[in-house]
Every structure is written in C-alpha cells, then in structure tokens.
Design a protein. Structure first.
Length: 248
C-alpha cells in the first residue's frame, strides 16, 4: 500500500493520458462496489432468538432497545476488554471517523452504537476523553461478543484456531474488531443481516481513503504491522502548524 519508487516525470499531456487510463479502472471498481452493495442487501437474514442484554447510561437494555425507534441498527464491536483502561487505538481511529456520521445515519433510519465488554463507566469516561458522541453499551455478562465472533477464550487465541473473520484467520487476541447489522420488522422481531471484520472495516476509515490517493499511499510497508503508527488522537505529537498556532 505504499509507493516504493519515485514515479517518472512526464509532460502534462502524458500525465492526462495516464490518468484517463487509470480512471477507466477506477470506474470499474466503482461499478463493482455498487454491485456488491446490492448483493449485501440481498443476503438472507437470521432471526435473533437469544435475549441479549446490555448496560447503558439508563440501565439495562435489550438488543431491540438499541434500535432507538428505527428499523436498522449498526453495532461496532469496539475492542475494550473487561480489565482495559482505555480503548483499542485502531478502534478509536475508526470511530473518530464514524462519530460524525450519527446525524446522517439517523436521517436514513439507521442507529449506530458501539458495544464492548468493558464496564460502562470506563467506556463512558473514555468516550468523554475522546470527545465522541455515539451511544456506547457494555456487553459484560452477555454472550453477544462471542456469538458475533469478536471475543475469544485465551485458549482459542493461544491455539491459533481460525475462528475470526468467518473462520479464515486466527483471532488477533481475546478482543477483535467488527461491525454487525440488524433489522427490526413491524412485529419487533430482530434479524442479523450482515457482519464484516478485519480489512472489511477499511472502507469506514476516511483517512485511508485520503492516504490511498497520496503520493506515498499508506506508507506502511516498513512498519512492524500496518497500523502500528496509529495513536489515540490525543497522543500524536503536535504538528509544526499546531505549534505555530499556539503562539498567536
């Protein structure tokens, strides 16, 4: 995902021809993405039979309650374990992008929430620190994270079993990221419609969209792991611009 060698220097006319050729491929990808979106909407549904209970600011709530009067629910599986003091930097990076979508999603009959196994008081304190506004619920004591394949037993992680991302890869640890969607019909019945994990979450990260079009791309080839550069947004060193701004 990085540019390893400098591209050649050409005339504006040559650059335009190269850019037009790339545009053809970009349009192909756009059409394929549109087609995949239609296929997602046609996936079969699974009726939720189990009564999942979560803890929120108002007390105990069910999965059906999380819809908040809408017919569609998106739940981000935020990595924040029971004994953690702060949320996963990668999940925080992603939710920095999604927090601003709340009003727009609400206008389209979609409720977005985050769900973690950590205790509610820690989740809300971290949300305040990060300046977020999305609803956040604790699934402590519930099978929700395990049933939706984002939390695993230490023995499963140690054995390296391929249990994550629909059985295609070992779990990263006891906590893993994901996004699951649900729909509620007029009778109040809730259905699971879609889940995505791993690189399937990339599309939610606007920073990657910008970086993928920058000269160096994501520039992650020489890192220990692709996202090792990511920090909580309050832990990055001040930029030259920010330092200069402080003097005004």
């Amino acid at each position: 995902m990085s540019t390893t060698t400098a591209s050649k220097i050409v005339s504006p006319e040559e650059w335009l021809r190269a850019r037009q050729a790339l545009l053809v491929k970009e349009k192909e990808l756009t059409h394929l993405s549109d087609d995949l979106a239609r296929q997602r909407q046609k996936l079969p549904r699974v009726r939720i039979e189990k009564e999942y209970v979560f803890t929120g600011p108002a007390g105990k709530v069910t999965l059906a309650d999380l819809f908040a009067g809408r017919s569609q629910l998106a739940t981000y599986h935020f990595m924040f374990g029971p004994d953690w003091e702060e949320g996963c930097p990668g999940c925080s990076y992603l939710m920095d992008h999604l927090d601003g979508t709340i009003a727009h999603l609400t206008a389209r009959d979609v409720t977005l929430v985050a769900i973690s196994r950590g205790p509610l008081e820690k989740l809300l304190a971290f949300r305040k620190r990060m300046g977020w506004h999305f609803p956040w619920y604790s699934s402590a004591g519930s099978d929700f994270n395990r049933d939706f394949h984002v939390s695993f037993a230490p023995s499963e992680v140690k054995n390296g079993e391929k249990l994550y991302n629909f059985g295609t890869t070992p779990a990263h640890g006891e906590e893993n990221p994901g996004l699951s969607y649900f729909e509620k019909d007029s009778s109040g019945t809730v259905y699971h419609t879609y889940s995505t994990y791993g690189r399937g979450l990339d599309a939610l990260v606007g920073t990657y969209v910008v970086l993928d079009r920058a000269p160096k791309g994501r520039d992650e080839d020489n890192l220990d792991s692709p996202m090792s550069w990511v920090r909580h947004h309050d832990k990055y060193a001040p930029t030259v611009h920010e330092i200069g701004s402080c003097s005004h």
